[in-house]
Design a protein around this ligand. Sequence first.
Ligand code: SF4
Length: 346
Amino acid sequence: MLTRTQLAELLAQEGQPAYRADQILDWIYKKRAQTWEEMSNLPPALRTALAEQYPLRPLTHTLTKGSADTTRKFLLELPDKRYIETVLIPASPALYGETSDRHTLCVSSQVGCAYGCKFCASGLDGFTRNLTAAEIVSQIILAEELSGEKVNNLVFMGMGEPLANFTNLCQALDMITSDWGLNIGARRITVSTSGLVPQIKKLSDLPQQIRLAISLHGPDDETREKIMPVNKKYPVAELFDALRIWNSKKNQKITLEYILIDGINADPHHAAILAKRAASIRAKVNLIPYNTVEGLQWVRPSDEDCLRFKSVLTKAGVSATLRLEKGHDIDAACGQLRLKKEKAEI
Ligand code: SF4
């Protein structure tokens, strides 16, 4: 799967007329062709040549967990026998607590992850490789086919740090947002990052009005370093400088993701610092009570403590949601299903 520009260049090299690019894009994104062979208005020799070089369907569906009215998690096999997962979250309530008709897909951007955030299963086996743009986009196409639903909201919160796969992420965003591609509005797309400062600045230069979410989880360096090793490289002050740059270029509120962990980051004084930080960039805060991960030690705070934390934010005028968790029963924390599948096969 290629961007329109890449496809046009490729076809020009093959001596093909320019209109072939639009014919092919129509087959891929509108008619949802499963094979090059189906593209009946292309010359047979071209179909054969393209089929040899560019697999149309790089992902194979292996397993689904969940049901049509709950969060569904699809385990997908890559051509090199690695696994990724993509999670379809049903409409209402949406990720940030609003009721809506959104069909949200949580996509993966890498196999494994190098960033080792302490609450996350994706990094437990380290980083393997970046996903190609085609592998990112194919998750959406496959999820739509498997569910029969149109994905209209997208979050890059699955396995991997999307900003560490920057070039392929940008290509995928081109395929996802363009009218020749999946035509999902940029405002319906959220890229979530552990806080890679240089890439946040670069991403702010993209023309698309995508949304940005930051895995913050600690309002100061001392707290955040216990949870997010990346904070040593990009401390909180530097991160917030980058977020101010984002704010100066984009017309979207930033979301600060904050997992509440008992005894680590969920005391009222953490909430007070977080409130100041969030207010300084007019961000909204998404509070997520810690979801137990097999093999990790942390504990979820009581509901009362979570509500108290939230009220410190709202009293300071910061918009905050306490997320109604979805998918707890099917291991929706990123990476868990894939780890189980791979371990089962060893
Ligand atoms: S939260 Fe994201 S960046 Fe952190 S380890 Fe998990 S996948 Fe990687």
